[in-house]
Design a protein around this ligand. Structure first.
Ligand SMILES: Nc1ncnc2c1ncn2[C@@H]1O[C@H](COP(=O)(O)OP(=O)(O)OP(=O)(O)O)[C@@H](O)[C@H]1O
Length: 347
């Protein structure tokens, strides 16, 4: 759908060039929701300007739908840009136009549809984003969430192949954020549009993304299925973003040397969270366990539970093996060595 091959971007500066992005390789697949997450200054905005073809990379190649963008002339570039609908953090609505006029605006600019067709399309989009009753209001009469729904409808107006959302929920409160994310997820499901979601919040990624790439210092430091990256972060930048989203300092302050036995982190995903497997295994192998830290929640609609426990007495080895055989991911945290048994996840 869209691929970035060995992309670097440097900005000229007085002393030496600022390198905003380096060695970026990404393949975003048709129909997926792909998250790009990074802290402030990681290079997200630069990446957005490259993906929406407003700037070109210093080196490397960007392809949209198999078409190389570098060689595109003015007309081709405009056509490629129209394949990408943009949703902005601060909505970027025209204040002097109504909701319906804002949504119609890109269609009028494109000049391909007659007035009645535009009207029908706007109506369809208003319904899609739940704003039928607000068509004639002006942006100042809308809540933040409603403004973003207008932004989403406008981005979809020209039937783009990709929706590029740049911090679309960053200006919204948590509840409104959830409803906007739900809308994006429904749109992805219903019309199969590819969504690229740029954010600094792991929570946004956890709620709706299929895959994620973590940007740090202009490089991708980790990428994969959200289940894998969120539950088993390997890079310190990813760990920081996960901890930030969870407000979870528990494992941070853990003194492994003080634990009553070897410490493991067990991860249960999907149906495994419903099975009483931990207690049954502990009984079978005569192992006691004390819970030192934990988190439970959902990744998209998939439940997960992650428990950090010290195993005491009995056959810890046998118990861990049994859990692993049952599909539980076990990571040993004590003795300095972290051994991970990766779980098979989609993607
Ligand atoms: N036009 C520019 N000229 C010079 N340097 C730039 C330019 N745009 C970005 N940079 C530099 O590139 C790096 C990445 O910036 P970018 O704005 O892409 O990060 P970001 O992840 O979007 O940050 P934020 O979340 O704070 O907006 C920074 O060091 C920034 O100072």
């Amino acid at each position: 759908m869209i691929s970035l091959r060995n992309i670097s971007k440097a900005y000229p500066a007085a002393e030496r060039n600022v390198r905003a992005l380096a060695d970026i390789d990404l393949d975003i697949v048709k129909g997926e929701i792909f998250g790009i997450i990074g802290a402030s200054g990681a290079g997200k905005s630069t990446l957005v300007r490259l993906i929406n073809l407003l700037e070109s990379p210093s080196s490397g190649e960007i392809q949209v739908d198999g078409r190389a963008t570098a060689a595109a002339n003015g007309k081709e570039l405009r056509a490629l840009r129209r394949d990408i609908g943009m949703v902005f953090q601060h909505f970027n609505l025209l204040n002097a136009k109504t909701v319906a006029q804002n949504i119609a605006f890109p269609l009028e600019l494109a000049g391909e549809l007659a007035r009645p067709q535009i009207k029908a399309r706007v109506q369809e989009l208003l319904e899609r984003v739940g704003l039928l009753d607000h068509a004639n209001k002006y942006p100042r009469q809308l809540s933040g969430g409603q403004k973003q729904r207008v932004g989403i409808a406008r981005a979809l107006a020209g039937r783009p192949k990709i929706l590029l959302s740049d911090e679309a929920t960053s200006a919204l409160d948590p509840q409104t954020t959830q409803s906007v994310l739900r809308l994006l997820s429904e749109i992805n499901r219903d019309i199969g549009i590819t969504i690229i979601l740029i954010t600094h919040e792991m929570d946004v990624v956890r709620r709706i993304c299929d895959r994620v790439a973590v940007l740090d210092g202009g490089r991708i430091v980790e990428k994969g299925a959200v289940e894998e990256v969120f539950l088993h972060p390997r890079h310190p930048a990813t760990l920081r973003l996960v901890r930030e989203s969870e407000g979870d300092e528990a494992e941070n302050g853990l003194d492994l040397a003080q634990a009553p036995g070897p410490v493991y982190r067990f991860t249960f995903l999907g149906d495994d969270t419903q099975r009483p497997i931990l207690g049954a295994t502990a009984r079978e192998f005569g192992v006691d366990y004390s819970i030192l830290a934990g988190r439970v929640g959902h990744i998209r609609n998939l439940p997960f539970a992650q428990l950090t426990v010290a195993l005491v007495g009995g056959s810890a080895f046998g118990a861990v093996n049994r859990l692993q055989a049952a599909g539980v991911v076990a990571e040993r945290l004590s003795d300095g060595a972290l051994s991970v048994t990766p779980r098979a996840v989609n993607g």
